[in-house]
Design a protein around this ligand. Structure first.
Ligand code: C2O
Ligand code: CU
Length: 462
């Protein structure tokens, strides 16, 4: 098995000129997926809080952090998951519209992968954009301990920028000495979720990256955290939004602030300050005291680029839903007090039910034969009429199919296709999709404690 680190990006010239190599991903190790590549799930040690060594960190390959995988749209990607953990695992490719058999969901799409066992994934990503990968088994622990990596699908037709920085945003539940503490508290799981204590980007607290002064830098931001909702803002620079959740926005918009939840992605084109040494800061304003997520320092002579040069990225080939002939599917998100089943698979429940979809609580990833929420006919269009009957915000994610918000009681809806919709308390929204990918597709909240305490279901497309 070989993993090459060649810089195959079409923008290679520009990136090289801006000091590619390490610069390409701001020092974050990227692999061009030789195919097949190996992804070896393993336990390791890492310094997360900047001071102490954290044990029982989980990653794939040499680490410490999971590799950023880069592939080209439409090209064949293959990976062998080799499990050296003392527990089963799988890999789900979040946001990728691929074959159901490659979707990584235990019992629904594949057996889980035991210790010392392996599983071969292979697919050709139809869409370009910023995606990510993570296990779908014992998910709160496995993701909470590190298993979440970026999966970037390049489009050779994308415009070139002066640099590119990928940010994997996540928190860790650590004590003052860098030791893992309990991944969740039941009373928080029944509310907005249990938050991490150490907030990182690319496994570092407020990392600083160099970027060309006056240049246009593509930030690929992915929220891989299990709980935290972000309200992004940029200080010290202007930017444009070019993609949300991997899909280009149909009209580029000036970036001001944006609220996104676990599972979601944001592609920004940042215009770096002209003065050498000046910094731009990505911040999260959602917390009581806002904090810096990462900083970007202008280096070199100003490239004098202009944000007005930034146009719309080429669209992904998502089929337009046929709204005139779409069937309506009501979906109700609610709290529940129903007890969790006593026997569950290893991958499944946290032992509690706090949430339900259409009154049924299910944790997913378990062998109990649940019925799909709905059976969809392949090729037909649907409108999901989703109502949030809870006082909490939920990033609701659908596997295998992309959808688009039509209208909401909140007013404005994003215009892009997506795999995740952040539904506000008491919001009702209409989401449209064409069911063009057959299989059993999980539909769940991406606040993992909510997912694993009942806010999960699936659609069957036949
Ligand atoms: Cu990020 Cu069920 O997925
Ligand atoms: Cu939720």
């Amino acid at each position: 098995m070989t993993i090459t680190r060649r810089n195959l990006i079409k923008a290679g010239g520009l990136l090289a000129a801006s000091g590619a190599g390490l610069g390409v991903l701001g020092g974050y190790r990227a692999v061009w997926a030789a195919t097949p590549m190996e992804l070896r799930a393993r336990k390791t040690d890492a310094v997360i809080d900047g001071a102490s060594v954290t044990k029982d960190v989980l990653t794939w390959n040499d680490g410490p952090e999971p590799p950023v995988i880069r592939v080209r749209r439409g090209s064949r990607f293959a990976a062998r998951l080799v499990n050296t953990l003392e527990e089963p695992t799988t890999i789900h490719w979040h946001g990728l519209r691929i074959d159901n058999a490659m979707d990584g969901v235990p019992f629904l799409t594949q057996p889980y992968v035991y210790q010392d066992d392996s599983f071969d994934y292979a697919f050709s990503p139809p869409d370009a954009g910023t995606f990510w990968y993570h296990p779908h088994c014992n998910t709160l622990t496995q993701m909470g301990h590190g298993l979440a990596g970026l999966f970037i699908v390049e489009n050779p037709d994308d415009p070139t920028f002066d640099d590119e920085i990928a940010l994997n945003l996540r928190d860790w539940r650590l004590d003052g000495k860098g030791r893992f503490i309990a991944q969740f508290k039941p009373r928080d799981a029944a509310r907005s979720g249990t938050f991490g204590t150490v907030r990182t980007a690319n496994w570092k607290v407020a990392p600083q990256y160099d970027a060309p002064a006056g240049g246009l830098v593509r930030l690929r931001i992915a929220i891989t955290d299990v709980t935290r909702i972000y309200e992004f803002a940029l200080e010290g620079a202007e930017a444009k939004v070019v993609a949300i959740d991997g899909n280009p926005v149909p009209v580029t918009v000036d970036f001001d602030t944006m609220m996104l939840g676990p599972g979601q992605r944001l592609d920004l084109i940042v215009r770096m300050p002209d003065a050498e040494g000046a910094t731009a800061r990505l911040v999260n304003n959602r917390t009581t005291s806002p904090y810096e997520i990462a900083g970007f320092r202008a280096v070199g002579q100003s490239l004098k680029r202009d944000l007005r040069e930034v146009g719309v990225l080429p669209a992904n080939p998502v089929a337009e839903p046929d709204l005139d002939n779409a069937a309506i599917l009501p979906l109700e998100l609610s709290a529940t007090a129903e007890a969790a089943p006593a026997t569950e698979s290893f991958c499944g429940s946290l032992g509690y039910n706090f949430w339900a979809i259409n009154k049924v609580p299910w944790s997913g990833d378990s062998p109990d034969p649940h019925e799909p929420l709905y059976e969809l006919k392949q090729g037909k269009s649907y409108i999901l009429e989703m109502a949030n009957r809870t006082p909490h915000i939920h990033p609701i994610h659908l596997h295998g199919l992309s959808f688009k918000a039509l209208e909401s009681t909140e007013g404005h809806v994003p215009a892009n296709y997506t795999d995740t919709y952040l539904i506000r308390p008491d919001e009702r929204v209409r989401l449209a999709l064409k069911a063009d990918n057959p299989g059993d597709w999980v539909f769940h909240c991406h606040i993992i404690e909510h997912q694993k305490t009942g806010m999960t279901g699936f659609f069957r497309v036949t």
